[in-house]
Design a protein around this ligand. Structure first.
Ligand code: NDP
Length: 480
């Protein structure tokens, strides 16, 4: 049994309350670690340490900050296999996914912002003969970073790295459901020589530790990724205190397949965009719209491919899908499949849980599920399920599919498959989503603005957007 510790003021410490929460392993349903049940006192200690460290870190040269962040990236690389195993054990995702995606991306986040800060410049606005303005950007102070369970270390570092690169000190909380790699990161930060107090990691529940971070008066900004309801609660708490907020929230993304698409490419990628990470990626395309002339052909081919996916324990090298993250999440996803049936949907494949054998018999496994026959306005097609469940809907015109695609409260990502260049641009322009992929999915350039519109969030992460978020601009106007 591993017992995790908080990382406060450069040290690994027990929670002030002395109490711990059980953390189970989705593959088996067994408890395998215990995590600090932190409270306001732990957060206060973390903020005090961060405030003290800020005096030095904020004036440490960019070169030196970049050097330490690059050192953390090196250590992630050196420990990649151990981190991938920990991530897969904690989250239930196939080990090979953690090896190929999660951990390399966590490393890249540090490298990207370590170098990004070296290129970060600010604006200047000259006023002909009178004056020149220039923008000074300074770090904010102590900031809060709160992340979800689906891509644990990947999303945790996506926030922490730019905050630190820009000269802030951080109090961060990973999801209580998947805290292990964040704990391992704290060990690596100590090894890398990150000055004490610059990064503090407080484990525990959202309602106690998370909310204490959001409400602490010294926390100047909160960067949050998670569910839309939690985002709304955080916004309500932070608004009267005038904190800066970056909110990356839920999605219900359309995947639009026109009849003139590259059929094989659209098919192969749609299987991935539906079921990668058991459908638990905020960018997964859970509503698949298929132009009527190819509807039946695409449907048959899609189901044939989905039926070949193997749901298995995460360490199985053949596993395409592992376990979903928790028992309660499994129940939530299955309840949505029941809802789809009640709403008149036809389950084309999947629709049930999978019970594996032996030590995995109590794990949380669900068959990849494909549903058709639902109206685009029904709850199954409007609410985020965040599991291995997709719906298929035929369409006849571009206008009709745009109406259906834009009909949800969400607006995170959309995928479009077409060989018609003009249509690709037109549809991209008219889709209400922050991220549009044309003839691809999840192709990421870390310099691009990342985030959603409508109930999918406020603000953008990535590249200079993140560095702008984590700095306070000040205009200086000087006359000639
Ligand atoms: P939650 O909103 O439940 O939790 C996210 C984080 O917030 C967790 O660390 C959680 O702690 C914490 N938290 C919960 N309540 C509060 C509170 N009142 N104050 C402060 N912190 C709080 O999301 P999930 O972890 O369930 O993640 C899944 C969601 O994340 C999905 O909706 C998904 O779409 C979204 N997501 C969005 C992405 C994007 O980029 N837009 C990317 C990935 C996921 P605890 O674990 O203890 O509840």
């Amino acid at each position: 049994m591993i017992q995790l510790k908080n990382y406060i003021n450069g040290e690994l410490v027990a929670p002030a309350s002395g109490s711990y929460l059980d953390n189970d392993q989705p593959a088996t349903g067994e408890v395998f670690s215990q995590i600090p049940d932190s409270n306001e006192e732990d957060v206060k200690n973390a903020v005090d340490a961060a405030e003290q460290a800020f005096k030095t870190w904020s004036v440490t040269s960019k070169n030196e900050r970049a050097r330490v962040l690059n050192k953390i990236a090196d250590l992630i690389d050196e420990n990649a296999e151990e981190l991938a195993r920990a991530e897969s054990q904690d989250n239930g995702k196939p080990l090979k996914l953690a090896q190929k995606v999660d951990i390399p991306r966590a490393r890249d986040n540090f490298r990207f912002f370590a170098t990004g800060i070296m290129h970060f410049a600010s604006e200047s606005h000259a006023m002909e003969n009178t004056a020149v303005n220039y923008t000074l950007r300074k770090p904010l102070g102590t900031v809060g970073c709160i992340s979800p369970w689906n891509l644990p270390l990947y999303l945790f570092t996506w926030k922490i790295a730019p905050a630190l690169a820009a000269g802030n000190c951080v109090v961060a909380k990973p999801s209580e459901v998947t805290p292990v790699t964040a704990f391992k990161l704290s060990e690596l930060c100590i090894q890398a020589g990150l000055p004490k107090g610059v990064l503090n990691i407080v484990h525990g529940l959202g309602a106690s530790a998370g909310s204490a971070i959001v409400n602490h008066p010294k926390i100047k900004a909160v960067s949050f990724t998670g569910g839309t309801q939690t985002g709304a609660a955080i916004a309500a708490a932070a608004a009267p205190k005038f904190k800066k907020l970056s909110l990356e929230l839920g999605g219900k993304n359309p995947n639009i397949i026109f009849a003139d698409c590259d059929f094989d490419e659209a098919l192969k990628t749609s299987v991935m965009s539906s079921f990668a990470n058991q459908g638990q990626i905020c960018l997964c395309g859970s509503r698949i719209f298929i132009e009527r002339p190819i509807y039946e052909e695409f449907k048959e081919a899609f189901i044939a491919k989905v039926n070949k996916l193997k749901v298995s324990y995460p360490n199985d090298p053949e596993a395409n899908l592992g376990a979903v993250v928790s028992k309660s999440h499994k129940e939530k996803v299955l309840s949505y499949i029941d809802l789809a049936r009640e709403e008149g949907g036809k389950i084309l494949t999947g629709g049930t849980e999978v019970v594996l054998e032996g030590e995995y018999k109590n794990g949380y496994y669900i068959r990849p599920t494909v549903i058709e026959g639902l109206d685009y306005t029904c709850r199954t097609n409007q609410e985020e399920i965040f599991g291995p469940v997709v719906t298929l809907t035929p369409f006849d015109t571009e206008e009709e599919v745009l109406k259906m695609a834009n009909s949800t409260d969400y607006g995170l990502a959309a995928t479009v498959w077409t060989q018609n260049l003009k249509r690709a641009h037109r549809v991209a322009r008219d889709l209400e989503s922050g991220i549009i992929w044309i003839n691809c999915w999840l192709l990421r350039d870390l310099r691009t603005p990342f985030g959603g519109m409508k109930s999918s969030g406020v603000g953008r992460e990535g590249g200079f957007e993140a560095l702008k978020f984590f700095t306070e601009p000040k205009n200086v106007c000087i006359t000639y």
